[in-house]
Design a protein around this ligand. Sequence first.
Ligand code: SF4
Length: 280
Amino acid sequence: MLRPQNAMTIFQLLDKSNCRRCGEKTCMAFAGAVFTGRRPLSECPRLDRQIIDTYSDNSQNRYDVEQNRDDYLEQLKTLIKGIDLKAATGGTGGRYENDRLIIKVMGKDFSITRNGTISTDIHVNPWVAVPFLNYVLYGKGMDPTGDWRSFRELADGRERYPLFQKRCEEQMKQVADSYTELFDDMVQMFSGKQVDPQFQSDISVVLYPLPKLPIMVCHWLPEEGMQSSLNVFFDQTADKSLDIGSIFSLDIGSIFSLGAGLAQMFTRLARRHGFEPPSC
Ligand code: SF4
């Protein structure tokens, strides 16, 4: 059994007609979807059964990706080279200038060139780079509806929620409990906005980690023997726009990654202001 080591190897197996019968815009997009585990190779109707049987077990890919997030990032950058960034602009809510696709990430410009080079005013780290690239490559361009869902309510969210709660919501709650200016700073530093408190919370803030993927953070203060709590909500279109968790590893799934990354960012922010949130 042969195991493709990257998306280009899978692309070489395809007939490169870009016929779209698989539902992807190009054969390269389909190759990327197979490599990242979104689609099985068998969903290209133009492939011979023999090729599918020879290559369809990609368990080695799963292992490699799980072990190396940087490698996954490089694969996504390679896939960027196969798409028309200018054409992708509209669906992302970004703009195209000087041969770059520019998208606002937490209110800051984040740009990518045709050769996959990312540049930004803020530090590029995998938590944002992976969702950013997946958003450009696979985002469906759906406009948010304002109908909020918990992580648990998103497709495939229930089984993944315990880890999301630990790495995102619990960590954010520790920050919010000790650093009372967190929500003001979120709004000012990351172009967020405070909205009317939702779900009977004490405060609700909406942030835009990606233009069409808002996140709402709601915090409930402690009262009468009840502890404080914090929940993160996503627009109901989120799981159609981005993957909630890769089949390789939840940690590199885009929606999970956004939430966990925000929690890390807020923890760093609190420390800079002299607060030391308890570790979860
Ligand atoms: S169905 Fe196969 S040949 Fe057609 S675009 Fe998809 S991957 Fe390419």
